[in-house]
Design a protein around this ligand. Sequence first.
Ligand SMILES: Cc1cc2nc3c(=O)[nH]c(=O)nc-3n(C[C@H](O)[C@H](O)[C@H](O)COP(=O)(O)O)c2cc1C
Length: 90
Amino acid sequence: MNEGLVIYYSRTGNTKFIGEKIAHELGADIEEVIDKKNRNGPIGWLSAGKDALSHSKTEIAESNKIQSEYDLIVIETPIRLTIQMPAIRT
Ligand SMILES: Cc1cc2nc3c(=O)[nH]c(=O)nc-3n(C[C@H](O)[C@H](O)[C@H](O)COP(=O)(O)O)c2cc1C
């Protein structure tokens, strides 16, 4: 059993920045959730918003850390119109 894990999704870097600070303070592992859909540029911006608003899931990259057991897991997501991002919902 590991102590702590910070899991985050970040499209433009803000959530990553905060996640790195939290992981550093806790001495925790950190893992980015990778959305396999292309969320770059204006089209990606729109599709991320549309998928968030429709409460859709997406395809995320495999992660060994996310499948491991931890005592504490911190999950971070950017918010779109009060709704969590599809990669974190998935
Ligand atoms: C279309 C849109 C809607 C947003 N809606 C919210 C919201 O409802 N609540 C909130 O706190 N932030 C909202 N935000 C701000 C983002 O959550 C914020 O910019 C976040 O830090 C982006 O994270 P990232 O840089 O890790 O991708 C919104 C941003 C966009 C572009």
